[in-house]
Design a protein around this ligand. Structure first.
Ligand SMILES: Cc1ncc(COP(=O)(O)O)c(C=O)c1O
Length: 406
């Protein structure tokens, strides 16, 4: 891609007046959301699963220069367990923890994969409502560990994403309404049928499972800290939010690991589904209504996960909402590769954080309020690859395999 200046998108930024001071501990600021023990157990489990491999952390010096920052790192989750997104770490881990709850904590993932308890696990049903990736993770986990999955999809989940979930043997149920309605339908049917809901969002009396999901995401952060060059302290993470489990896991893990040296967390959302932004402005969880029809499908959530929100309210340095065209621009930018940067395939929701960074870099006022400078060292997490290749081609103009072959 030739030289360009960061374009100006119609983005809005809210700097969090309730951000905890650097010296406050996570346990004091947001007790009971995530903890070291939970992350450590998830890391020990997941890194022993078949085909576990760390995903790459890709430096993008060309794009960093164009954006006027010091360093930019892209944690590319497109290859995670062959599922195309980071979500495998959360949904599948929560399925495992549920089976261990039922069968006993001494039951290992290896036992389950080997089918040692198949007679019992085949009678267990897990269920989830999803924008696509979480449901795929639950379906994959159910197949890996030998139980049944029923997955609820709202009206805007593409047919390609539905088929990708069905391919893991899950039963699919379509709800002719938005994401939040699919969450409620899933919960109602689960209560009637005695199924276990494996949700990435939380509600009153339902916190253990979403906490496991967040702890599972810790694997990604552990890898990232191992991969980042020594002595290079991150100043910012731009991280996309749906219900908030991903940004809360990122913020929580880095707070526990880095304490006062933790980077600024900038939570990025599509303007059509900016429930964290609205909640941050209000100072309490606020529901965003409407169709939530952003093309960043994985981020199309109108309600924050209250568990995640508690942490983000204390840990989010700022909240940023961006239009859909910023995501398309980020997808094309990654595909083209800036200067000598390698071409990368990032999906619509996957590039949310990068799209937020590009939008911030193109807006002097936002850039200033986020304290982004030529010295900033920024991490973004590419949380999905081309999870719907047909849509990817529509937005980028090229097939994902052609981008990678370039
Ligand atoms: C690719 C992708 N990125 C980010 C997110 C946001 O994660 P969370 O809903 O935990 O905030 C999702 C959620 O489905 C997703 O699919």
């Amino acid at each position: 891609m030739s030289e360009w200046n960061p374009p100006r998108f119609n983005a809005s930024c809210f700097v969090n007046p309730r951000l905890s001071p650097a010296e406050t501990s996570l346990a004091a600021a947001a007790p009971g959301v995530v903890d070291e023990e939970g992350f450590a157990r998830a890391v020990a489990e997941i890194t022993r699963w078949p085909d576990y491999r760390p995903t790459p952390l890709v430096p993008l010096p060309g794009l960093a220069k164009t954006l006027g920052i010091g360093r930019l790192y892209y944690k590319d989750e497109s290859g995670r367990f062959g599922l195309g997104a980071f979500k495998a770490l959360g949904g599948a881990y929560a399925v495992l923890r549920h089976l261990q709850n039922v069968l006993g904590d001494e039951v290992t993932a290896a036992d389950l994969v080997a089918g040692k308890y198949r007679a019992r696990t085949s009678g267990i049903t897990v269920t989830a409502a999803t924008d696509g990736n979480h449901g795929k993770a639950v379906a994959w986990g159910a197949r890996l560990f030998g139980c049944r999955a029923v997955i609820y999809l709202h009206q805007d989940v593409s047919e390609g994403r539905a088929q990708a979930i069905a391919a893991y043997g899950a039963e699919i149920r379509r709800i002719a309404d938005n994401y939040d309605a699919s969450v409620r339908a899933c919960a109602t049917d689960a209560a009637e049928n005695g199924w276990q809901v494996i949700s990435d969002t939380s509600w009153d009396g339902y916190q253990d499972v979403p906490r496991h999901v967040m702890h599972g995401y810790g694997v990604m952060l552990k890898e990232m800290l191992d991969q980042i060059p020594r002595g290079e302290e991150l100043t910012h993470v731009f991280i996309q939010a749906g219900v908030g489990g991903l940004p809360a896991a990122v913020a929580g893990y880095l707070w526990l690991e880095l304490d006062a040296l933790r980077p600024k967390i900038v939570v990025v959302e599509p303007e059509k589904a900016a429930c964290h932004y609205a909640s941050a402005e209000a100072g309490h969880p606020v529901t965003v209504t409407g169709k939530l029809d952003t093309l960043m499908a994985g981020l199309a959530c109108g309600e924050v996960s209250p568990l995640a929100w508690r942490l983000l309210d204390a840990a989010g340095f700022a909240f940023l909402k961006i239009p859909d065209d910023a995501a398309i621009f980020a997808m094309k930018t990654l595909a083209a590769g800036q200067s000598d940067d390698p071409p990368i395939v990032g999906g619509e929701a996957g590039v949310g954080g990068l799209a937020g960074l590009i939008a911030a870099a193109g807006d002097a006022e936002i850039k200033d309020s986020l304290l982004l400078t030529g010295q900033s060292r920024v991490l973004v997490i590419g949380s999905e690859g081309a999870t719907d290749p047909v849509l990817y081609r529509q937005w980028v103009g090229r097939k994902p395999e052609d981008v990678l072959a370039a």
